[in-house]
Structure formats: C-alpha cells, structure tokens
Design a protein around this ligand. Structure first.
Ligand SMILES: [Zn+2]
Ligand SMILES: [Zn+2]
Length: 247
C-alpha cells in the first residue's frame, strides 16, 4: 500500500470520528478530511487567467505560453512554473495570517489539499517529475520565535498526498532579511543576496517542488530557486497557496 493510500485511510477514519469543519464558516467541510465547505471554496478569489510560468494574470492581448507572458518572458526566472490556486485577498489573507501568527495548523492541511487538487487538474505539469518537496525555510531566529514554519506544515501535507519525499534540510535560510514589499527589483535582489543555501547532497540531480505560502513580489522564491539550482537541482517548480497580484 502506498503512503498516500495509508494517509487517505487515516483521513477517512478520522473523518468518521471528527468530521471536517469549514475553517471559514464552521459548517461541515468536504469528506473525507477537507476543512473547507464547497460554498466557501467557490467564493475564494482566484488569479484570473494566470501565466503558467510566473502565476500573475497574463495579458491576453500579448498572448502567453509555457515560456511566459509579456511580464515574465524577458526575465531569466530560475523556475519553470509557479502554481498558486488562490489570489492573496480576503479571506485568504485571514487564513494565512491565522496559520502564521495564531498557529491555526488546520489551515495548513486545507492549503496543501487545495494545492494538490489544483496540480491534479493540470495533469501535464512538471511536478510529476518532481522527486523532492522542499519548503521555503524560515531564518532560525524566526523559527524559534514562531515555533513552526508554515511552509513546512503545508509541504508536509503535499508530500503525503503525492507520495513525494519531504526534504526540509535541502534549503536553509542563512541570513535574515527585511520585508521585500516596497523595494525596487534591484533593491529586492540586494536584500536577498546570500539569504539561502541549498544542500547539494540532498538536492543535486533532483527536480524540486518548492513550497511557499504566499508569493508576493516573486523575488524570494526566485532567490531560493536559484540557490537550489546552484546546488545542482535539475529544475525547480514553485507551488504557493496564493499569489499577490498587486505588489
Ligand atoms: Zn464554509
Ligand atoms: Zn508570466
């Protein structure tokens, strides 16, 4: 029996004992273990017509392809794909903040389940070649302060559902950085320089699924993906729960 089948069985048993409950409206969730009801899920804002490469709304006039849209085609992005099912707007902002600052770990299960469902709808995606799930790391000082890494909690769910190996130590944050929002592209690059280090003994030769909670400017995932490539990863696909469309 595959690991994902074992977890599905556990979820079914847990669902009988403690039925899923919607994290937004507290009404029954979706069996066997999705803590979000279908009505609330249908109301959550999504990125309209996202570019397959950068995840931003694409300019329909300019066209788009797997090589990017008008906004990202000229950029040398170190990842081949950015998947983010939801837009970073209300109520997603509240759900993410509850996970990060109030320890609402049930939200991580909702996020991971939603991201996997999105991937399964896109059968031809490069995640199917992915061997490793790597969470976006927190700096150790932030990890001590918060007690957990929200991206690691989401990555744990994704790895279980897809039967992929979770390799937390594959990527470390070795320098604390200031928030990226409000900085120019050049300033963002300088702010993040040397922020990440990847372990080549873990990631070399592997197609990596990099998991983050929210992609805002895209600079942080790009710097992290670059560190993975420098350590020898054969490719990087970024999955986030949500994409900010206004940075
Ligand atoms: Zn609901
Ligand atoms: Zn694009």
């Amino acid at each position: 029996m595959r690991r994902s089948q074992v977890y599905t069985l556990i979820d079914r048993c847990a669902g009988w004992v403690l039925p899923p409950r919607c994290v937004l409206c507290r009404r029954p969730g979706q069996p066997p273990a999705y803590d979000l009801c279908a009505d609330c899920e249908a109301e959550i804002p999504v990125v309209p017509d996202p570019c397959r490469r950068c995840g931003l709304p694409r300019d329909a006039e300019a066209g788009a392809s797997d090589h990017g849209c008008a906004q990202c085609r000229a950029l040398d992005l170190p990842y081949s794909r950015c998947v983010a099912p939801w837009a970073y707007e209300f109520p997603v902002t509240q759900l993410v903040q509850a996970l990060k600052y109030q320890g609402a770990l049930a939200n991580a299960r909702v996020f991971g389940t939603c991201m996997v469902a999105q991937a399964l709808r896109e059968q031809a995606d490069p995640w199917q070649r992915a061997a490793l799930v790597v969470p976006m790391p927190l700096h150790p000082s932030r990890l001590v302060e918060r007690g957990f890494n929200q991206s690691h909690e989401i990555a744990r769910v994704v790895s279980r559902l897809l039967d992929l190996r979770l390799a937390g130590p594959g990527l470390r944050r070795i320098r604390s950085t200031a928030p990226q929002v409000g900085l120019s592209r050049r300033e963002r690059a300088g702010n993040l320089s040397g922020a990440f280090a990847a372990d080549s003994s873990v990631v070399a030769g592997q197609q990596v699924l990099l998991i983050d909670d929210v992609v805002t400017t895209g600079s942080t995932v790009a710097t992290a993906a670059q560190a993975l490539l420098v350590a020898g990863a054969s490719g990087v696909v970024v999955w986030a729960l949500a994409r900010a469309t206004q940075c």
